[in-house]
Structures are given as C-alpha cells and as structure tokens.
Design a protein around this ligand. Structure first.
Ligand SMILES: Cc1ncc(COP(=O)(O)O)c(C=O)c1O
Length: 295
C-alpha cells in the first residue's frame, strides 16, 4: 500500500482525496514536478525545486515551500514506502474556493500533494541492448504558448502521445512553424557530424533538468554542442536522435516517421553520453561530488 503526502499529512494513497471545488480539478490550475530517486536519494533535487518555484510564480501563485521542507517530504516518502529507485511526483494546485469563477483569487489556499512510485533499478553493467529505443512520429504542436511552465493541464500532450501509440510508434515529436521543439514528455536532441544539437529554451518547450545536465556533460567532456532550431526535415537526416527526461534519462530514437535514423541502433555519441551520465549519477549518490558541483 503506497503512502502519499497531502496537505501536511502522510496517508494511504488510495484514500487521499481533494474537494471537487479544487481549482486543479475545475480548471487544471496547478503545476507539478517529477523527481527521480536513485539509491534512496533524489537526483538533481535543487534544479527540480527551482523549476517548481518558477512554475508557481509563472502562474501567479505566491505559495512556496523551502527546498529543505520539500526535501523532508520526499525523504519521508522514500522511507515510508521503502523505495530505493523511484520517481516522486509533486503537485501544487491553487486549492478550493467557494465559487467557480475565472478570476484568480488574491489569496492562495494551495493543495500540496506528493506520491512516489518505483523505477526499475539502474544497472551498473548496462548493455546497449538493455536500453529501450524509441520510434517516433511528428505532429503539429497543438499545446498552448507557455510550455515552459510545468502545468498539470496535459490533455494535448496525452492526445499527441496517443497518436503515436495508435500508429505503432512510442512517442510524438512536436512541431511548430516547421521546427521540432520537444516530445510529449521529454526534450529533443539530435547529433549531426559529431555535434549535439538541441532547440534553445523558449516558451515552446520545458527547460528539462536532464537537458541541462546533458549540456553540462557535453561541455565537461568537450563534445561540441549547439542550442539552435531544428527544422522538422532535419530529424530524418540526423545521425542520432535522442529524447531525454528525468525518468527516461537518454533514450535513443531509431525511427522517425518510419525512416531509420543512422544505423538503426543507439549511436556512438549516445553511448558516450549515456556512459558519462551513469558515471556522474553514481559519483553523486556515492557522495563523491555534490549535486551542485556536478554542473
Ligand atoms: C513536455 C516535457 N518536456 C521535457 C521534459 C523533460 O524534463 P526533465 O528532464 O526535467 O524531466 C518533460 C518531463 O516531464 C516534459 O513533460
């Protein structure tokens, strides 16, 4: 039975409830975070909490819990659920008000929720064959203009992901003005002639914690990278395509719209980057370096 956190109390997940007047329920008025936990320690915790604070301020909520208060909640969830490798979901909505109206209330009465679910253990001696490769389609991005906010309103993302599943693919890369921005729940990278390329941060995509981490690793290991627009047609010409997120880490994409990418297997730059990623993660949770020192 999973233990969750709701408004100051730890309780059975299946019994945790919120009022129907909650603006998260009525308007999708809230934001969230997903934080991976490896060997019992939240990974890149500060970056996730900073982004949560940014999302809250972007939706005009003044509510803030300090990083140490969030950490206490997360550590308690990890301990009570006895999970070593997990993913923690945090959600803050604007809370319940007597009437349903569009005006944003002057005072926040937030609903604060957190739950945890298991992630498969990280293999030390991983093989390329252990890593799931993706096949993707591309679709017009039908989401709103503030995809930099990690908002709980994910209906468009779900519909776009469903299109991929219905066509036998795993995910959808989203395209706006002929430029590929990200996928339904991950950031996008391509590799051309040894150079890693990812779209620049903008209101059309989420500033992924994994994205930031990968660029820092590229810098540290002197792999050239560029933050620049990726025209949709360039995807199929790329030597490698990757999708990245906190729970997927770095996923090689081997088909885009049915066209095979590179040799149809995880490419050499992906292999290097994945190795660096796993090494740094290990150093972090062995306490050999701090979360902040890793970038
Ligand atoms: C739309 C979108 N883009 C990118 C990401 C990757 O972000 P992160 O690396 O912080 O998990 C996510 C993660 O959920 C996402 O939903």
């Amino acid at each position: 039975m999973s233990v969750a956190y709701l408004n100051g109390e730890f309780q059975n997940l299946e019994q945790a409830t919120v009022p129907v007047l909650d603006r998260g329920f009525l308007f999708g008025d809230g934001v969230y975070e997903v934080i991976p936990v490896y060997a019992g320690k939240p990974f890149r915790f500060s970056s996730h909490i900073k982004r949560l604070h940014k999302s809250l301020s972007a939706i005009l909520m003044s509510f803030e819990l300090s990083e140490s208060e969030w950490l206490r909640i997360c550590e308690e969830l990890i301990a009570q659920n006895e999970l070593d490798n997990a993913s923690i979901y945090l959600q803050v909505t604007r809370g319940s008000y007597i009437d349903r109206h569009h005006d944003i209330p002057a005072l926040d009465t937030p609903t604060v929720f957190a739950m945890i679910s298991p992630l498969p253990p990280v293999k030390k001696d991983w093989q390329v064959a252990d890593i799931k490769s993706y096949s993707v389609i591309t679709e017009e991005d039908i989401r709103w203009q503030r995809c930099d906010i990690k908002a709980i309103t994910l209906l468009a993302n779900c519909m776009l992901k469903q299109k991929a599943l219905e066509s036998g693919a795993d995910d959808t890369i989203l395209v706006r003005n002929n430029e590929a921005s990200e996928a339904t729940s991950s950031n996008l990278f391509i590799v051309r002639d040894g150079v890693i390329i990812t779209p620049p941060l903008s209101e059309h995509l989420l500033a992924g914690v994994t994205r930031e981490f990968i660029l820092a690793l590229a810098s540290r290991h002197e792999i050239p990278f560029e933050e620049r627009a990726i025209p949709e047609h360039e995807l199929e010409l790329a030597d490698e395509v990757w999708l990245t997120s906190s729970t997927k880490e770095i996923r090689p994409v081997i088909r885009v719209n049915g066209v095979t990418i590179g040799e149809g297997v995880a490419g050499p730059v992906w292999c290097r980057m994945y190795q660096y990623y796993q090494e740094l993660k290990e150093q972090l949770y062995l306490g050999q370096i701090s979360d902040e020192a890793a970038l």
